[in-house]
Design a protein around this ligand. Structure first.
Ligand SMILES: [Zn+2]
Length: 254
């Protein structure tokens, strides 16, 4: 196909814009914040599990303490009742001995229960501290996730602005180019990823492969208004003064 040499050169600008768009898309898909957030969410889950585990410990201890409390109260009531009986002085000597024996037993029991309760209270205090630490860790990680989320949004907003710019630049370029040349460029781009490349130092700018002498000789003899495709990748091979085509070329573009 034929196309004005200047229009062919403009394809290099179009290819640069498309490469920039690809770079932006890659950046949007590989934000460091995404990996950071995934990592933090994993940590947050483990930390939440830990916090729940400690909360259950506190609940268990509260239940045990309440149970002991009730037992302490019951023992105390029983003790009061026995003492009241003793003070009333209405019991016989046999019952008196039994009451005194029971009272000593109740006192021992009470002392054991109070020790147990004290021990549970101390353990609870330690577990509550652990619970507070676990909650603080969860909150700190959540704050980090939120901060990373905000940075992620900012990065995506920057990328969106850059994309908007490349889209406008691209539309302006495409408008200036012949439709059939753009269509050919798009076909080549769809096939190999890059639509056009500059021929320079015997290499194709799209695939970077060094082209063979026979092919380059043919290119040198081809009019600049004829669209040439890379022998290796199929991209439109744009020739400029930088292409260093040998003297005697059929028609050097510049
Ligand atoms: Zn190529």
């Amino acid at each position: 196909m034929n196309a004005d040499a200047a229009a062919q050169r403009t394809l290099l600008d179009l290819a640069a814009i498309d490469s920039e768009t690809a770079r932006l898309n890659h950046r949007a898909g590989h934000l460091p914040e995404d990996a950071e957030i995934a990592e933090l969410q994993k940590a947050a889950k483990a930390e939440r599990d830990d916090s729940v585990r400690v909360s259950i410990l506190v609940e268990d201890l509260d239940r045990d303490i309440a149970k002991l409390d009730k037992e302490v109260d019951q023992t105390r009531l029983r003790e009061q009742k026995d003492r009241a009986l003793l003070q009333a002085g209405t019991v016989g000597s046999k019952q008196l001995t039994e009451l005194e024996h029971e009272l000593r037993g109740l006192e021992r029991r009470q002392s054991v229960l109070e020790d147990e309760e004290l021990e549970l209270m101390e353990r609870r205090e330690a577990v509550v501290l652990e619970q507070q630490r676990a909650e603080a860790t969860v909150n700190a990680t959540n704050a980090k996730i939120e901060a990373a989320g905000r940075r992620r949004e900012e990065a995506l907003a920057d990328i969106a602005v850059a994309r908007g710019r490349t889209e406008r630049d691209r539309a302006a370029l495409v408008e200036k180019l012949p439709a059939d040349l753009v269509a050919e460029y798009e076909r080549r781009r769809a096939a190999s990823g890059v639509g056009a490349g500059l021929l320079r130092a015997k290499r194709c700018g799209a695939c970077r492969i060094e082209l063979d002498r026979g092919f380059l000789d043919r290119v040198a003899r081809t009019l600049s208004t004829v669209v040439v495709n890379c022998d290796e990748c199929g991209a439109i091979l744009v020739r400029t003064i930088e292409s260093g085509l040998p003297p005697g070329s059929a028609d050097r573009s510049e």
